[in-house]
Design a protein around this ligand. Structure first.
Ligand code: NAD
Length: 481
């Protein structure tokens, strides 16, 4: 597929109140692999965004009163339709985002696991009763949907980040205005089309793309929007946190990470190598929970770096549609220049390139391994978001825990050790919202996904994730005995 219009799920109008709305303006969308234009996408005006908020607000009045069974069934219909068209949807993701078809299919499975999970959770929202200190009084705690949700999603998982936000919101009776990423708009509009087919009420889901700063500002300044749910960079998260203060909107922020990946002396080397490779290859390392700093114990450092480099250097970055590509290109030229700049600054600051270090084609970056990296280098402080693995040495547990925690981020962390007491100590000392211990697969619908520190607030997935879309209302009722 070369042009997005070849897809049966191609839509290039705004989705407002269950209808396709022709925009006044369009913008160009490019294939990250060859930089060719793949189509045009709608650019919303201020009025369009306000129409979307009004539609969500009006729909909320009735949708909030619908039964959990009704909402659960709609989510199940939606998931079934997406699954039926998985191959076509995956092609859209590969064309606009660049990841391999295999990764795109994996993303769809992952994204739908949230729709399925929240379809079940919709029926399990329980309030509770608290005993009063008076016999003539009943205290009930009721959970209610927060209202209209303003959701903003990134390009790196353009399908799953949308479903991970929209599904819990719709499950509890909220309605949504989604601003999808401008780099990857088409899969979001395809999801809107399938949601309409699934039977969702007009106005329950509204999708716009356009000027991110303007749309963010409108969502935050409109008092009818009661929650902002954002996934993206910490920089933008801070802007939204400040803007949402105006009306004290409920806030969920899934932001950037700088995950440590620690391999202790006692670790199962093969398991740790497999884990590190998995993290670096998946989605071309453009993932917020990707290993970003690899700390290896001094006694196994040389062996580990050599073996990792042997394996990683065999991987190929290329066209996501080619079967022999292990991972795709970076999202655009800016991302490519930033990653190449980080490699260059590391070398200038004293690191060594073990393999890779260049772009093989356009934004396709060779698998790159840097050794002898130090914690005061520029790369140690940045989220790399590319196939570059920097290796740091450590000698003691205390030293590595301090280095690992020396970052404003706290999204994910990983460590490998077979020493039980060490596992317990390090587990308690590392500061992050999620932790893989002898494990790297940490994102599943039953897991509360989210960070601490500047990696964000709130959770997505799990029991905790659905509660982020609920208000707690306490009623105190006096009655005659
Ligand atoms: P980004 O912050 O640049 O963009 C994210 C979204 O915000 C996009 O839709 C963008 O258009 C929009 N945006 C940009 N400026 C805005 C503004 N002023 N107001 C409102 N919206 C605005 O991030 P990105 O480059 O698209 O994505 C990569 C980042 O996302 C990385 O930092 C990554 O770690 C993070 N991320 C986090 C998670 C998580 O769950 N914690 C998951 C995926 C990605």
């Amino acid at each position: 597929m070369k042009n997005i219009s070849e897809s049966p799920f191609f839509y290039n109008e705004l989705f407002i109140n269950g209808k396709w709305v022709k925009p006044k303006k369009m913008y160009d969308v490019f294939n990250p692999f060859n930089y060719e234009k793949i189509g045009e996408a709608p650019f919303a005006t201020k009025e369009n965004v306000e129409q979307a908020i009004s539609a969500a607000h009006n729909c909320f009045k009735s949708y909030r009163k619908s039964t959990p069974q009704y909402r659960s069934q709609l989510l199940k219909n939606w998931s079934k339709l997406c699954l039926e068209h998985k191959d076509e949807l995956a092609k859209m993701i590969t064309l606009e985002q660049g990841k391999t078809l295999e990764d795109a299919k994996g993303e769809i499975d992952y994204g739908l696991s949230f729709v399925d999970w929240f379809a079940d959770e919709a029926k399990r929202i329980y309030g509770h009763n608290i005993q009063s200190d008076r016999p003539d009084q009943i205290i009930d705690v009721i959970l209610e949907p927060v209202g209209v949700v303003g959701a903003i999603t990134p390009w790196n998982f353009p399908f799953a980040m949308v479903t991970r936000k929209i599904a819990p919101a719709l499950a509890v009776g909220c309605t949504v205005v989604l601003k999808a990423s401008e780099e990857t708009p088409y899969i979001a509009y395809a999801l809107a089309h399938l949601a309409k087919q699934a039977g969702f009420d007009d106005g329950a889901i509204n999708i716009v793309t356009g000027d991110p700063a303007e749309i963010g500002q409108i969502l935050c300044s409109d008092v009818r929007v009661r929650k902002i749910s954002f996934t993206g960079s910490t920089r933008v998260g801070k802007i939204l946190a400040a803007q949402s203060a105006e009306h004290i909107q409920k806030l969920s922020l899934e932001l950037g990470g700088n995950a440590p990946f620690i391999v202790f002396e006692s670790a199962d080397m093969e398991e740790a190598l497999k884990g590190a490779l998995y993290l670096k290859q998946r989605n071309g390392s453009q993932s917020c929970v990707c290993g970003n700093r690899f700390f290896i114990h001094d006694s196994i450092y040389d062996q580990f770096v050599e073996e990792f480099s042997n394996r990683f250097s065999k991987q190929k970055s290329g066209n996501g549609f080619d079967c022999d590509s292990d991972y795709g290109p970076l999202i655009n030229q800016t991302a490519r220049d930033r990653v190449l700049g980080l490699i260059e600054s590391s070398v200038k600051e004293g690191a060594k390139i073990v393999c890779g270090g260049k772009a093989s084609y356009n934004s396709c970056i060779e698998p790159t391994v840097l050794s002898e990296v130090q914690s005061d280098m520029t790369i140690a402080k940045e989220e790399i978001f590319g196939p570059v693995a920097p290796f740091y040495r450590f000698k003691t547990e205390e030293e590595v825990v301090e280095m690992a925690n020396d970052t404003p981020y706290g999204l994910a962390s990983y460590f490998y050790s077979k020493d039980f007491s060490q596992v317990m100590r390090v587990k308690n000392e590392l500061k992050s919202g999620m932790m893989g211990i002898n494990e790297t697969v940490i994102a599943k619908p039953q897991i509360p996904f989210g960070g601490v520190k500047e990696s964000g607030i709130g959770k997505e997935g799990s029991f905790y994730g659905i509660h982020d879309y609920l208000d707690v209302k306490c009623t105190i009722t006096k009655y005659e005995l």
